[in-house]
Design a protein around this ligand. Structure first.
Ligand code: ADP
Ligand code: ZN
Length: 432
């Protein structure tokens, strides 16, 4: 018998739209009635809940911005009594003031359902042994993945992050099949296994669920190769309840959005106008079922595009593409805009380079200069010669210029000289 999740994943667009219309109308009325923030926001925009009868009316609603949530930390958007809150999580704070999210018992159940659906779409089953190597803190990653694995009926090993050699011993002892952690930590684990002389391909590991920060296809492919498993990337943000918003499936062709709980839009980041399917812009989500902290038209600042085409995996839920970057991470150098992920895409084509780099911005006189400091792979480091490095530098500078439309410098570093991260990695150092 198909589970509830399978049913939603395979609904026709009409059926899904009907469900979303119904939930949207309910969520807007609920937010207006229960949250003083939304009442004031809608009143100021001259919109009443009665104006929202279907998804077509969504553009009438004002956006919710990150600062709205930050300014009202911790309970400003809350729509329930404190006694009805079952869980609170907060952001990792990588970009300034913290934001938080609250869950009722029903929100927790929905979170578990979203995460387990994602895991199933990614190829996990109740027979899997899931090692949760996200850090168990206020950050949603560990608890969301843990809940998803439990809801799926898999076995959970809550190792948290860190103590990497012990982490690997756990994998060997318990026969871990699914590894959950940030992309950065997956790289650290791969390196540690090599150092310990352990062949990951001899372990039962078969799937990596990695998220919470960008991972380009190049780094994904490299980790798949090194750890001998398939990767599915997942996406989410604290303001919407954390991980569990969307995830790649076995087809690795976009992130399926859990559209029965989060309605996605893409808007022009400058004008806020909704963009047609396929165009790149800012992802905006409206929660459809949230009880504790409903969020209407939340501007994520993450850039991507949407597709409603049915995926080759059979799932009909919309997909967004790779997160190209968040508008906060956009770097402006000499009037040119770029994202760190664009640099990463260039670097991953080089076998000589390890997936560890720092983008350093500084001033030379009044001019902005960028230097990409890249770590060499141990073999390339051992075989380095002055001429070889000069030629590599020349090739890399040309590639960077061709891909980013402006010139940047590069420097090569000794293996293991870039600081490793067990959580999210900070790749940009701005000394300007
Ligand atoms: P913080 O803002 O402190 O990092 P969050 O943990 O809420 O707090 O981070 C959410 C953000 O992380 C997203 O808005 C997005 O920019 C980034 N992110 C999460 N998952 C992915 C992913 N799979 N790919 C790229 N970026 C991601
Ligand atoms: Zn799919």
């Amino acid at each position: 018998m198909p589970t509830e999740d399978d049913r939603v994943s395979r609904m026709s667009r009409d059926e899904l739209t009907e469900l979303q219309n119904e939930r949207l109308v309910r969520q807007v009325a609920y937010a207006y009635e229960r949250s003083s923030f939304y009442q004031a926001l809608l009143d100021a925009a001259g919109v009443t809940p009665a104006d929202i009868q279907s998804l077509d009316d969504l553009p009438k609603l004002p956006f919710t911005k990150k600062s709205d949530i930050q300014d009202r930390f911790p309970y400003g958007l809350c729509a329930v009594e404190p006694k009805d809150i079952a869980r609170i999580h907060s952001s990792s704070g990588s970009t300034g003031r913290p934001v938080n999210t609250c869950y009722t018992a029903n929100d927790m159940a929905a979170w578990g359902q979203c995460m387990s659906r994602e895991m199933r779409n990614a190829g996990a089953t109740p027979e899997d042994v899931c090692q949760i190597a996200f850090r168990y803190t206020l950050f949603t990653g560990a608890f969301g993945h843990h809940l998803g694995a439990e809801t799926l009926g898999a076995a959970v090993i809550p190792t948290s992050s860190g103590q990497t050699d012990r982490q690997i011993l756990m994998m060997q002892s318990f026969g871990t099949t699914v590894l959950h952690c940030t992309p950065s930590y997956a790289v650290v684990i791969a390196e540690k296994m090599e150092e310990m002389g352990i062949d990951p391909k001899a372990l039962p590991l078969r799937l990596g669920l990695h998220g919470a920060e960008p991972m380009t296809d190049g780094v994904r492919d490299e980790i798949q190769e090194r750890l001998g498993y398939r990767i599915a990337r997942d996406y989410g943000l604290t303001e919407l309840g954390g991980c569990g918003v969307s995830c790649e499936c076995e087809a690795q062709d976009g992130y399926h959005v859990n559209e029965d709980h989060f309605y996605p839009e893409v808007v022009d980041p400058n004008t806020g106008e909704p963009l047609p399917e396929g165009e790149i812009g800012e992802l905006v989500f409206t929660t459809l079922t949230k009880e504790a902290t409903p969020v209407l038209r939340y501007r994520t600042r993450d850039l991507s595009s949407l597709s409603r085409e049915t995926c080759s995996c059979g799932c009909t839920l919309s997909r967004h593409g790779l997160i190209l970057g968040r508008t906060d991470d956009m770097l402006i150098v000499g009037g040119v805009n770029f994202f760190p992920t664009q640099v990463e895409c260039v670097l991953t084509a080089y076998q000589e380079l390890a997936p560890h780099y720092v983008i350093r911005l500084s001033k030379r006189g009044s001019r902005d200069v960028v230097c990409v400091e890249c770590e060499l792979e141990p073999d390339a480091w051992a075989a380095r010669s002055g001429d070889g490095l000069a030629a590599l530098g020349e090739r890399l500078r040309k590639d960077l210029r061709d891909n980013l439309a402006f010139g940047m410098d590069c420097a090569f570093l000794e293996p293991f000289s870039v600081e490793r991260s067990e959580g999210k990695t900070k790749r940009v150092v701005d000394e300007r």
